[in-house]
Ligand binder design. Sequence first.
Ligand code: CO
Length: 435
Amino acid sequence: MNAQAQVKKLLDFIDASPSPYHVIKSIETELAAQTRAWERLYETDRWILQPGGCYYVVRDDSSIVLFVQGQKPLAEAGFKIIGAHTDSPGLRIKPNAASRTEGLLRLGVEIYGGPILATFTDRDLSLAGRIAYKNAQNQIDSTLVLFEQPLLRLPNLAIHMNRAVNEDGLKLQKQTELPLLLTVAQQQLPQVFFLELLQQQSGLDVKRILSWDLAVYDTQKGVFWGAKNEFYADSQLDNLSSCHAALQALLAEPDLQADATLVCAFFDHEEIGSGSNKGADGSFLPDILQRIGLVTGTDSEDYVRALAKSFLISADMAHAYQPNFPNAFDAEHKIMVNQGPVIKVNANHNYSSESVSVALFANWCEQAKVPYQTYSHRCDLACGSTIGPMTSAKLGIRSIDVGSPMWAMHSIRESAGVQDHQYMISVMKQFFATN
Ligand code: CO
C-alpha cells in the first residue's frame, strides 16, 4: 500500500474514533476484517493461549492490549511492545451539564488535559462517548453514543468587542467562557432536555440512563493538503497516528512466526497523567504480561528473564519545525515533516530513550531503509512527557520514545506529513520482524 492510501486509512480510522471508546471499537472492526482470527480475552475468564495465536484484552472500554503469542518460550524471546495512547486533550461534558442562560441552552464542560482552547472556537463540534444505563434485566450496562451532526459551538467574540485579540491572543475564562451553545431555551428543564437528546441518539429510555463519559469532538473530516497533497490534517493525530501505525505493523505480517510475543498497548488517560486502572501508570499492561506468563507456564524466574529480554517502543507524536516560529526550536534539532521517525531524547527522562535504545532503533530504521531524526526540546521550555518512562520503569525493560513529526500538537486540528506515516509503519514492522 502506498503512503497516500495508508494515510487515507488513518484518516478514516480517526474520523470513526471521536472518543477513546470509539478508538477501541474501530480497532475491533479492523481486527474482525482480518483473515486471521483475533480472539478477545476477558480478564474475568480463564485463558488458553497458543503459539502464533492472536489475542486482545480491553479494560474499561477505552484501553487495549493486543498480542501475538510468540513461537518461542517467553524467557528465550521476551516481549516486543509498542505503546501509545487512545485519548486526546479536549473538552468533556460535566455531569449536570445543561443550563439555561437568557434565551439559550448551554452545556458545561471540563478541560481534559492540555488542549489549545482557542482552536475549539468556531468549529462544528459534537459529542461522542459512552453511556452507562440500567438494562431490561435491571443490570448496569454501557453503550457507545455518537452524534454525527454538528450539535455544539463555541462562537468567538466579534473583533469589534475584542479589539486586542490579534495582539494579545484569544484568552478564554475557563469557567465562564467555555460552555458550549446547544439550542434555544426549551419548555423542559435543561437537564431533561439533554437526557432526551441522549435518549434520541442512543435509543435508551431516559429513565434508564444513569451516567456518561462524553467527549466533545470536531465533526470536520480529515483531509490531505499542500501543493502535492504531501500533508494531512485531522483532529487527534496525537496520538491516533501512532496507534494506527503500530496496529498496521502488528497486522501486516499474519505469518510472521515471530519468536517473541508481539504486543501493542494503547492506553486511555495519557493526557491527564496516566494514573488510573486503565492508564499506563496503572496495572493494565503489567497484569496482562504477567498473565501471559502464568498461562504459558512461565515460572517467576523465567518471567523476569522474559522482561530482561524485552523492548518497548513508546510511540507518541513529535514537534515538527514550523518556520514561522524559529525561536521555539533548538537550532540543531529541527525536525522536518516527511523526513522520517523522530527519536526523542531528554536527559531528565521525560522521554525514556538512552544511547543503547537509540542505537537499536536507528539500526531498525537503517534495516527498513527509513530515514530518522533526533529531537531535543529547548532547555528554556518545559518538555512534554509520554507513557515511555513510566512503563519502562514499571516493567524494568529497555525503552525508547519515538514519534512522527507533526504541527500544532493539541490543537483540535493538527497536521503532519503523509510520508512519515508510512515510514513509521515500516520501522515498526522491522522491530517486530527482528528476532
Ligand atoms: Co500524545
